[in-house]
Design a protein around this ligand. Structure first.
Ligand code: NAD
Length: 377
């Protein structure tokens, strides 16, 4: 029988990190009680909090804790106004976050973008373009492609000219593993959300790039293992346009690293506020378990930090993704999604999603939003 005890490294980080993490923990405790689970949540410093506590953005003890844990629940790191003299490679964004991604080989980045109908005003698209609503899962390959391929250089080539080279490289196995993540996620969404037919839209540039040709070939082959899931291929330029014209046509969007970097931000804009957007970065499967780092899509929001104004929903939904992908607890994941919807439907709004002309809503702070969601569990 699978154990119901899960060890989580809780790294709140800087800025609004500790404020929104407090609310995610509150919600996890409510879920724990309701579903008879046991979360062993161990907090450790990271980011500037790590530098202040132990002289490193990712202290050795924090990394050791992560290695002993089943998943990492991460807040955010980085404070632009703190010590600009610190070398780039010791700054929290690099020394903590990128290091964790590398250390745990987190090759799959998942960003669900959902727009609840009560929050239609936060979406930059006109209502008629929103169609039946936005509910997209963007899956981005995170460790290959143009950002990491070799050779990578800027070199002098004489006559005062310099040449920059970046190399886009993907192997069959790199494409296969991210394609499996996409098809499994589409299958899971169909089962848990009771949707109609699930669909994976695979993004490439097969008309110009050799990488695109191989990507399309391999994804097509992997897709044959998932006959219940529709597969379509779309060129990246068309996908960028279709996201703005008719986002409701998409279910799971599967992208290589650079295309995913761009399209995931474009898709994120559809949800209106960064405060609503969770993310998961998944590594390889360890036996039955998938190790992952779960964090809000936004950063430390220094402009509102310490004021109790931040929207904790992105952090709370990140915890929900952890329950789904690392702990295989779809019921408790769904309970959090439903509780967030209920809290929103009841009119609770933090400043970032507040609509002053909607009399049926009230502006509340970080703690009140966490309370409303925990109560709805
Ligand atoms: P940001 O995402 O922190 O903030 C951008 C805007 O979104 C701000 O106006 C902020 O108030 C708002 N916002 C973000 N999260 C919100 C929330 N939960 N509720 C309400 N409003 C929210 O981006 P930035 O200002 O460019 O970066 C600030 C710092 O965060 C930088 O040091 C950056 O490097 C770092 N950062 C870290 C991560 C990470 O840890 N994963 C990600 C992005 C940025």
């Amino acid at each position: 029988m699978r154990s119901n005890t899960f060890n989580v490294a809780v790294l709140a980080g800087d800025g609004i990190g500790p404020e929104v993490m407090r609310e995610a923990i509150k919600v996890l405790r409510a879920v724990e009680k309701k579903f008879s689970l046991n979360f062993k949540l161990t907090e450790a410093p990271v980011g500037w909090a790590g530098i202040d506590a132990a002289g490193q953005a990712l202290p050795d003890a924090t990394l050791a804790l992560c290695k002993q844990s089943d998943a990492i629940l991460f807040g955010s790191v980085g404070l632009p106004d703190r010590d600009p003299t610190i070398p780039k490679d010791q700054r929290p964004e690099r020394a903590a976050l990128l290091r964790l991604r590398r250390e745990f080989e987190l090759f799959a980045n998942l960003r669900p973008v959902a727009l609840q109908k009560e929050l239609a005003h936060t979406c930059p698209l006109a209502k008629e373009r929103q169609g039946n609503g936005v509910d997209i899962l963007v899956i981005r390959e995170l460790t290959g492609g143009l950002y990491f391929g070799k050779p990578k250089a800027i070199e002098d080539i004489g006559n005062g000219q310099r040449r920059a080279t970046d190399t886009m490289v993907y192997t069959t196995s790199e494409i296969e593993r991210i394609a499996h993540v996409a098809f499994r996620a589409a299958d899971g969404r169909q089962k848990t959300a009771g949707k109609g037919k699930a669909k994976v839209t695979s993004i490439d540039k097969a008309n110009v790039l050799e990488n695109g040709i191989l990507w399309r070939e391999v994804v097509t082959k992997v897709g044959k293992e998932y006959p219940g899931i529709e597969l379509e291929h779309m060129l990246v330029d068309n996908a960028a346009m279709q996201l703005m014209l008719k986002p409701s046509q998409f279910d799971v969007l599967l992208c290589e690293n650079m295309f995913g970097d761009i399209l995931s931000d474009e898709a994120a804009a559809l949800a209106g506020s960064l405060g609503m957007l969770p993310s998961a970065s998944l590594g390889a499967t360890r036996g039955e378990q998938v190790f992952g780092l779960y964090e809000p899509a936004g950063g430390t929001a220094p402009d509102i930090a310490g004021k109790g104004l931040a929207n904790p929903i992105a952090q709370i939904l990140s915890a929900a993704l952890m329950l789904l992908y690392s702990f295989k607890q779809p019921e408790s994941h769904n309970a959090i999604i439903a509780a967030v919807s209920k809290a929103i439907a009841a009119g609770n709004r933090t400043g970032d999603i507040f609509n002053p002309i909607d009399d049926a809503t009230k502006k509340i702070g970080t703690t009140e939003m966490g309370d409303a969601i925990a109560a709805a569990i």
